[in-house]
Ligand binder design. Structure first.
Ligand SMILES: C[S@@+](CC[C@H](N)C(=O)[O-])C[C@H]1O[C@@H](n2cnc3c(N)ncnc32)[C@H](O)[C@@H]1O
Length: 283
């Protein structure tokens, strides 16, 4: 079905979905995500041919996802009934992994992605669901909004800030320019004082090499915004930013995911050279 998501940034949501599903269906995998597996089975797309089936990327992707989930669970425990805004939500199924029965959730993505979600995940729009795969969901508490994440005025009216807000942007900001990323942080800080944005960044060296065809011939769109020590200082200095936290990954499996990667994400000299998950806290 979402063949019309194309080869641009929306198409990358198929790439991340595929890697989550690979890890979720692997015996002993670190991610419990039956909905991601179901989605891959429901979508008529040459996932394996296009994205490949081997490599450590699936586990890394899953460990990143688990870190985002951990932050959402922490927020939900602290602010029952609060709202998570998932910018560039793509075909993520985090709502069903983390829902505690009170969370409210607003996904924001481009129109074709919101249409794809509505077709593939019909229980997320209008119809309340009971205990489904991956947890208890309730469509009255979640919705998707077709808007650019960067047009905060377009989607913010769909967000009730009264019980707290946590914004996430997973796999999104690296596809945009530095000024767009900084502009979004400033706009979020102004609109949601006291809230936070959890987002991931790619190291500047990886950004410079991005956009080349993968081993399978798939041509990913290039990343544009990279991260290094100077960029970290610049983010900390943005108006409305109270603090910036680096969120290390939890151990997964094997030497790479169980030891090397989590250890590397705890060593400052190393983690700035790796993909990282960050939390910007707003004044
Ligand atoms: C790499 S995917 C990440 C999807 C999902 N967050 C995940 O981790 O699987 C990038 C997502 O950003 C979305 N996107 C691209 N431009 C956008 C924009 N201007 N505003 C909101 N979302 C956008 C794409 O449609 C796609 O779903």
């Amino acid at each position: 079905m979402p063949a019309d998501l194309g080869d641009g940034i929306p198409g990358t949501a198929l790439w991340t979905l595929w890697h989550r599903a690979l890890e979720a269906r692997r015996p002993g995998g670190v991610l419990d995500d039956p909905r991601a597996i179901e989605l891959v089975e429901a979508i008529d797309y040459p996932f394996a041919e296009r994205f490949g089936e081997v490599g450590a990327f699936g586990q890394w992707q899953a460990l990143r996802v688990l870190r985002f989930d951990e932050e959402v669970r922490r927020f939900a425990a602290a602010r029952p009934g609060g709202t998570v805004v998932a910018l560039g939500e793509g075909l993520e199924t985090s709502f069903w992994r983390v829902d505690d029965g009170t969370l409210r959730w607003v996904g924001v993505d481009v129109e074709e992605m919101v249409a794809a979600r509505a077709a593939l995940l019909p229980d997320e729009g209008g119809v309340a669901v009971g205990a489904g795969a991956g947890g208890v969901g309730d469509a009255r508490r979640r919705r998707s909004v077709a808007a650019s994440a960067f047009d905060v005025d377009a989607w913010a009216p769909s967000v009730d800030p009264s019980r707290g807000v946590l914004v996430t942007a997973q796999g999104l900001l690296m596809y945009f320019s530095r000024s767009e990323a900084h502009g979004l942080l400033g706009a979020l800080a102004a609109r949601f004082p006291g809230a936070a944005l959890v987002f991931d960044v790619m190291p500047a060296a990886a950004v410079a090499r991005s956009g080349r065809p993968s081993g399978t011939g798939w041509q990913p769109p290039p990343w544009r915004w990279g991260w290094d020590a100077g960029e970290e200082r610049a983010l900390r200095a943005l108006p409305g930013i109270a603090g910036l936290d680096h969120l290390p990954l939890r151990p997964g499996r094997g030497f790479f995911g169980g030891l090397a990667l989590p250890l590397a994400t705890r060593v400052p000299g190393l983690w700035r050279g790796l993909p990282a998950v960050l939390r910007a806290r707003f004044v």
